[in-house]
Structure formats: structure tokens, C-alpha cells
Design a protein around this ligand. Structure first.
Ligand SMILES: Cc1cc2nc3c(=O)[nH]c(=O)nc-3n(C[C@H](O)[C@H](O)[C@H](O)COP(=O)(O)OP(=O)(O)OC[C@H]3O[C@@H](n4cnc5c(N)ncnc54)[C@H](O)[C@@H]3O)c2cc1C
Length: 389
């Protein structure tokens, strides 16, 4: 453990995804002594569709970091094509962009470091005890264990946060049960395979088996991201040819059912999987700890909500973190929970309905057909998800 880490930090941020990096930057710019720990070395791969919603675009602009200043290449995302069987309903999207996830996360982490945040990568962190008005954070790398102390810990460690980072804190782990579909994603090489830029194609499965989203990245690669029901996997396992992984077999089947081409490079891609995408911790913090980003609860990917919510939370947690640093009180967790509800609560509920619908209900084919005639019916829903409060 280096000497620097022995000092008492104002804030330790665990996780250098969009939530952690932006929160660290904002706090460091406000004069706080901030350390950020991530288990990965950057740039790191992340299962993601690369769609950034209006909430995220606005959050970045509100702190003077529009995508072109980060700088991160992006394309406007103008249209959502929902495809069920052989029918496509096209809906207009507002203020959405497509980005390469590796590039966005690396740029945000670099901006955090530039603002004075001390960044430690390649170290896994977990919460330790509270003593002398500070929370210990235990660090592990390949060879060593050590710890640092911070007046406040922001846990922004994504979907694994509660089980992994918070495992010693019973008030956060008790009754915590991730459930729901699992995620699968890969970036496929540039090819002329029928998937145009500026639109996301959402292929609906049948009978709740899940959905597959495809979007062209600014560098020409095609991002494929899916949410798949474990039960559908079991059925596919029985029917796919030996040697083919069942998850990608299911993605292929959904594309085939929707009469969409199998993208070039599909079989050789480096697929990343994420288990049980739905999570909700009972509380959004504990003594000198606050959770944000996916760590604070997640529904399922749709078309750009996760990153947007993570970035908005990173901006909105700053005044609450400052209050916690002046005088920690348990009611700060409740204040954060109220703010959090205003940022994501209702939107997550709406998103869960949409995810259920695109995952294939018996109504999906009829609604998609109706949307081809009256696409404007969906506009209020898309606007409600995309606008920040
Ligand atoms: C298949 C799939 C597709 C998706 N597509 C989209 C999309 O198109 N658009 C969108 O907006 N969202 C999408 N999402 C959701 C989006 O990826 C997340 O909502 C977003 O990454 C949340 O950001 P975060 O900062 O909270 O966490 P993350 O981005 O997950 O970052 C967490 C960080 O914490 C680090 N970490 C984890 N454990 C530890 C530890 N113990 N110690 C130290 N560091 C740790 C990790 O290395 C990681 O860098 C998708 C998700 C999935 C699964």
C-alpha cells in the first residue's frame, strides 16, 4: 500500500463506469479529496448496446462535458425499429446518441483523473468497518491486500456491487435476490450486412423469451445486445446443434424468426454475458456508504437508459455527498433514496413494461402491427423515459 493511500480521503468511489467516474470528477472539481478504485484496467470491455439516452446526453451537457468535448465519437440515434415476426414498427427517438462504450468509459475516467481524482485500477474493493468517522475500503490486487479510509464511500460498481463490494454489510445484502433475464452482448466487425446507422433494430422474441437489439457504432462496428430468458435457453439447449453455445443460438433464432440477417462475424464474436439483470437493493446506502448507478438497482437494457440514469445520478448525488461530508447522518440515505426515485423510479417501472412487451407477450405482434399504423401512440412513453426531471 503506497503512502498516499494512508491519508484520510473525503470520498472513495468504487467503480469507474459512467456513474463512478462522473461522480468522482464532480466531487474533485468541488475541492474534495477523491480516490476511485476499479478492479479492471482501462479501456475495459463492457456488455452494452452503446445507446445513450437523452437523460445521459443532458447530464453530460449540464456539467460542461458534451460528448464532443469528452471527446467521444457519437452518432445521432434517430429511429427505433421494433421487429416482430416479419412486421416492423418504426418510432422516432429524441436526443439519443450511439457511442462506443470502451471509448466513453475511458474518456470519463480520464476526465476524473484530470480533475484531481486519484485513480487506482486493477484493484478489487470491498467495504470494511466504520471507525473514527471513516469507512474502511479493502483493496485486493493479484498479490496484496490493503485498505484505505474515507469519510464517504460511493459504491458505483455496477451489477455485482451488492454481492461483491457490499458483502460485509448485512443491511445491504439481506434479502438481495437478482432475478430476470440475462444479458449478452458483443461488438461485431464492420460489414455491409443490412443494418444501417442512426437506428436501433429491436427483434422481439416469442412467449417472453427476450429480445435482441442491434445498432451501428460510430466506428462502423455493429453492437448486438440481448436480454434472454433463462427458461428459453433451456429449451434452445435441447434444439441447437452440438458445439454451438445456447445463448448465441437463441439470439440467432430470434433474428431468424424476425427475418433479420445474421450479422457478419456473429459466430466468432467475443460475447460477454451478465446474469440476472433485475436487481433492487433494499436500501440505497448504509453507514457512510451510498449506492449509485446500476449498483442502486437495474431493470433491463432497452435503448439507452442505463448509462443515462448512471450519469444523471452521478450529477445529482454531489450535493447529497457534500452534505454527508459535512455531517454524516443516517437520514442522508433517505434523502438520496428520494432523489433517486425522482431520477429513475418511475422511468424504471415504465422501462420494465416495455422490456416485457418487446420480450414477447401474446399481445406483442398485435401492438407492433398497430404501431405501424399509428406510431405516434408510443411518443409520450418515449418522451417520458427520455426527459429528465
Ligand atoms: C447486455 C446489456 C446491454 C446494455 N445496453 C445498454 C445501452 O445500449 N445503453 C445504456 O445506456 N445502457 C445499456 N446497458 C446498461 C449499462 O451498461 C449500465 O446501466 C451502465 O453501465 C451503468 O453504469 P455504472 O457506472 O453504474 O456501472 P458499470 O458501467 O457496470 O461500471 C461498474 C464498474 O465497477 C467496477 N467494479 C465492479 N466490481 C468492483 C469491485 N469489487 N472493485 C472495484 N471495481 C469494481 C467494474 O470493473 C466497472 O468498471 C446494457 C446492459 C447490458 C447488460
Amino acid at each position: 500500500m503506497s503512502r498516499d493511500l494512508e491519508q484520510l480521503w473525503d470520498v472513495c468511489v468504487v467503480g469507474g463506469g459512467p456513474a463512478g467516474s462522473l461522480a468522482a470528477r464532480q466531487l474533485a472539481l468541488g475541492g474534495r479529496k477523491v480516490v476511485l478504485v476499479d478492479k479492471a484496467n482501462f479501456p475495459r470491455p463492457k456488455a452494452c448496446g452503446g445507446c445513450l439516452g437523452g437523460v445521459g446526453v443532458d447530464a453530460l451537457e449540464s456539467v460542461g462535458l458534451p460528448l464532443q468535448r469528452l471527446p467521444v465519437k457519437s452518432l445521432p440515434l434517430e429511429q427505433l425499429d421494433i421487429r416482430c415476426n416479419q412486421v416492423t414498427a418504426s418510432l422516432q427517438l429524441l436526443r439519443r446518441r450511439v457511442v462506443s462504450r470502451d471509448e466513453l468509459d475511458a474518456a470519463l475516467l480520464a476526465r476524473a483523473e484530470e480533475s484531481g481524482t486519484h485513480v487506482i485500477t486493477g484493484n478489487k474493493a470491498s467495504l470494511g468497518i466504520v471507525e473514527d468517522s471513516a469507512r474502511r475500503v479493502i483493496l485486493h490486487d493479484d498479490k496484496h491486500n490493503g485498505f484505505l479510509r474515507a469519510k464517504l464511500v460511493l459504491v458505483a460498481a455496477g451489477l455485482s456491487a451488492v454481492k461483491d463490494v457490499c458483502r460485509g454489510v448485512e443491511s445491504l445484502t439481506a434479502g438481495y435476490r437478482p432475478h430476470g433475464r440475462f444479458g449478452l452482448a458483443a461488438s461485431l466487425p464492420t460489414a455491409d450486412d443490412g443494418y444501417a446507422a442512426h437506428r436501433v433494430t429491436m427483434a422481439c422474441g416469442r412467449n417472453g423469451e427476450g429480445y435482441v437489439g442491434l445498432v451501428r457504432l460510430p466506428d462502423g462496428r455493429l453492437d448486438v445486445a440481448a436480454a434472454l430468458a433463462p427458461e428459453a435457453m433451456n429449451q434452445t439447449r435441447r434444439s441447437t446443434q452440438p458445439g454451438k453455445t445456447t445463448a448465441t443460438g437463441l439470439v440467432e433464432r430470434i433474428l431468424n424468426d424476425c427475418d433479420l440477417p445474421k450479422p457478419a462475424g456473429f459466430d466468432l464474436a467475443n460475447w460477454q454475458a451478465v446474469a440476472a439483470l433485475r436487481r433492487k437493493p433494499r436500501r440505497l446506502g448504509a453507514d457512510r456508504v451510498l449506492l449509485l448507478g446500476d449498483a442502486s438497482g437495474y431493470v433491463e437494457p432497452f435503448t439507452g437508459e442505463g448509462m443515462g440514469w448512471a450519469l444523471r445520478q452521478a450529477v445529482d448525488i454531489v450535493p447529497i455527498a457534500n452534505q454527508a461530508l459535512e455531517n454524516w447522518e443516517p437520514k442522508i440515505v433517505d434523502a438520496w433514496a428520494r432523489r433517486h426515485w425522482r431520477i429513475v423510479g418511475r422511468r424504471q417501472t415504465r422501462c420494465s413494461w416495455i422490456c416485457k412487451f418487446v420480450g414477447g407477450t401474446r399481445w406483442t405482434p398485435h401492438v407492433v402491427r398497430a404501431l405501424t399504423i399509428a406510431p405516434w401512440v408510443a411518443s409520450p412513453l418515449i418522451r417520458a423515459i427520455d426527459q429528465h426531471s
